[in-house]
Design a protein around this ligand. Sequence first.
Ligand code: F6P
Length: 333
Amino acid sequence: MYSLPELEVVRSFDAIGVLTSGGDAPAMNAAIRAVVRTALNHGIKVYGIHRGYSGLLGNDLRRMSSPSVSNIIQRGGTILKSDRCKEFHQAETRQRAASILREKGIQALVTIGGDGTLTGAHLLSLETGIPVVGIPGSIDNDIPGTDDSIGFDTAVNTAIGAIDRIRDTALSHERLFLVEVMGRDSGYIATQVGIACGAEMILIPEYPTPVESIGYTLAENRRTGKGSSGIIVVAEGPEPGLTGRLAEQLLRFGEEARVCILGHIQRGGSPTAHDRVLASCMGATAIDFLLAGYSDVMVGSDGRALKPMPLADIPNHRKHAPLLYPIALQLHK
Ligand code: F6P
């Protein structure tokens, strides 16, 4: 459970908007539900903005009611739909978005998404003065200023469930499996999943190591009987095809490995209890922050406490997965 800050209400809103943007993440729906219900409880009208910033620019806004968020807490994906909006990188586009919000009488915005979404939220607030509060939603958990992000726990547990099954075959056939999990720039999922699965090796983008030396180490472990589970967890990294290249490398050392790319199954599905609670608390707190006069902040988790963290810090910082595992290495080129 999270401790929520006790805040004084210093301002009011007639109407606010809520959107989800970037890669969807399990429990985004739980966050939307909490935002809508908390705002309605304070007498604030809520507009759901469909398809993220693209939908905002396309005027795809719909009034939300309490029943419109019924029966969604257990559902993956986002009822508001999502998009990656390149156009929103332009300052003039953000001005256009602000005009649309003003025309509709929407006085503040809650945005749910990853670092790209939250950077857009920061710039919108900074340049137009519209109060914005962000909620970190990304399976990657790579957003600076928060320990945890919505969807991460579910994605990790989904990957663990899949790898536990793969492990049966890995053990029965004494075979190496290269399991690719999501994380283009971040090794959080791979690290957490690798530890929880007892992986033989974890490869993450934060720690570069040449494919050749990894292939050699794994083949040598097999030869000398040092190999353990046969499960190698690989974060996808910036270059597609890492697991394939490593499999080729292993073949050169006489080891036939199987590649299994878990892909988008990690992004879908019913959220875990942890993510539902996190999302519900963050959603409610986002409204509390707006009413307390905060803007240009994200609801960040710091252990069990939820705190306002400046959105301005997100574009200038990277959050790296900690090197927690003895053999946490990166696959590169
Ligand atoms: O940011 C979440 C994430 O799932 C990354 O781990 C992954 O690299 C990326 O999104 C994939 O995005 P898309 O679904 O747009 O291909």
